[in-house]
Design a protein around this ligand. Structure first.
Ligand SMILES: Cc1cc2nc3c(=O)[nH]c(=O)nc-3n(C[C@H](O)[C@H](O)[C@H](O)COP(=O)(O)O)c2cc1C
Length: 386
């Protein structure tokens, strides 16, 4: 009998062997390389659609067109990576070699050549032309859309009857209330999963900057408890089991076990996956994590209008001294006013992911300082195996 607190994640008609959702990371940090590897190992790999087409030559002239094309390309590439990695393990085994099979990976034939996990996308509600991104992801056959940085009120109407599952990211009981009530009334639909993102997460945070000054005083575990309870009740009333994944500050299995004991069915992990060989960011980005000490990780103001967490490098220091001039507008976020923005977040995030880290914004979770070396996705996934 398996007494582990961690169990395979049941979601929709799927059973995901390892209950890990890899958090979407823009710009360009979680693309097909990382998401494909996570899916191959039996988790849910998530591609961030934030300025996903930034490497396209035509990006400056038509960012949205490039992004919509890239959504399709990256989902296709992630699937191919996941299938190829599955295949490689089976081939090595057939040749009598060392079968270093990641824990969640099934044998060839057991699951066709399909990866054991799923491939999804993260689309921020604050994205300009959000609807078009959602439709592109659905057309490309994304298994799941995870959506936060705002309340994804219209999401069910955009995916309609497609098989793509939908999961809102919430940071408070109030927001999950608002979303579920509206979805039920307007679309007769409930989320397929709920992600609770707490104050230790990376990137943009759904909290006030003042709250983040004293995270312990927030007693956030109580909020998590209430959200899990509410989601369970809501599911029961409507005959649906809605899994909840907790995100923010989960680095080790031990960190995750606490939330499984509280009733979570999964964990969403981002920061730990940045320092993997498979992560799509530049080596310099990964090194910035490995070098960072606890006190180097700071809360920054973002043009998105929400606080964010990042490595406090020279770029962050420059933002404190005044506006940083930028080139044209890259049409990323609804709330941005290009003539007033303190800096261009697209330029800052692209600089960082491409390796110009001191001129860029290196988003990270509160635990980024725990990274000591690069590791393989498969080893992280083994750590979280039920
Ligand atoms: C580098 C980085 C970029 C991120 N970008 C996004 C994003 O574009 N959209 C989003 O919803 N969340 C984003 N996040 C949040 C993650 O998806 C995840 O929920 C959170 O960071 C989990 O906490 P952890 O990093 O402590 O594991 C980002 C996080 C990091 C570290």
């Amino acid at each position: 009998m398996n007494n582990s607190l961690l169990k395979p994640l049941k979601i929709g008609n799927y059973i995901i062997p390892i209950p890990v959702v890899q958090g979407g990371m823009g710009v360009g940090v979680s693309l097909s390389g990382l998401a494909g590897a996570v899916a191959a190992c039996g988790g849910i790999g998530i591609i961030s659609t934030a300025q996903i087409g930034f490497r396209d030559k035509g990006f400056d002239a038509d960012p949205i067109g490039c992004n919509l094309r890239a959504i399709k390309e990256e989902i296709g590439k992630a699937r191919a990576i996941a299938e190829r990695q599955q295949y490689e393990v089976a081939r090595i085994k057939a040749m009598g070699g060392d079968n270093n099979k990641p824990a969640g990976m099934k044998e060839m034939g057991e699951n066709g050549n399909k990866p054991a996990g799923l491939i999804g996308v993260n689309i921020m509600v604050a994205t300009k032309k959000y609807e078009e991104y959602v439709k592109a992801a659905v057309e490309a056959g994304a298994d799941m859309i995870i959506s936060g940085a705002g309340l994804p009120m219209m999401l069910p109407g955009l995916v309609e009857k497609a098989k793509t599952m939908i999961a809102p990211i919430v940071s408070s009981l109030k927001s999950v209330h608002v979303i579920t009530k509206y979805w039920l009334k307007k679309y007769d639909r409930l989320p397929d999963m709920v992600v609770i993102e707490g104050p230790l997460a990376g990137g943009h945070l759904g909290f006030q900057a003042e709250q983040l000054e004293n995270i312990e005083a927030m007693h956030y575990d109580e909020e998590i408890h209430k959200i899990i309870e509410y989601v369970n009740e809501c599911g029961e009333v409507h005959g649906k089991k809605i899994p909840v994944a907790v995100a923010g500050g989960i680095y080790s299995r031990e960190d995750g076990e606490k939330y499984f004991a509280m009733g979570a069915s999964g964990v969403q992990i981002a920061t730990r996956f940045v320092t993997t060989y498979e992560c799509d960011a530049s080596d310099a980005y990964k090194e910035a994590y490995i070098r960072a000490k606890k006190e180097d990780i700071v809360i920054v103001k973002s043009p998105v209008g929400m606080p964010g967490r990042a490595v406090g490098n020279s770029f962050v220091k420059r933002t404190m001294k005044g506006r940083i001039p930028h080139k044209g507008c890259h049409s990323c976020i609804v709330s941005c006013r290009p003539d007033q923005t303190p800096y261009c977040i697209t330029e800052a995030l692209i600089n960082a992911v491409e390796g110009n880290v001191e001129q860029g914004l290196v988003f990270c979770g509160a635990n980024a300082y725990r990274a000591e070396k690069l590791e393989h996705v498969a080893d992280i996934m083994k750590e979280f195996a039920p």
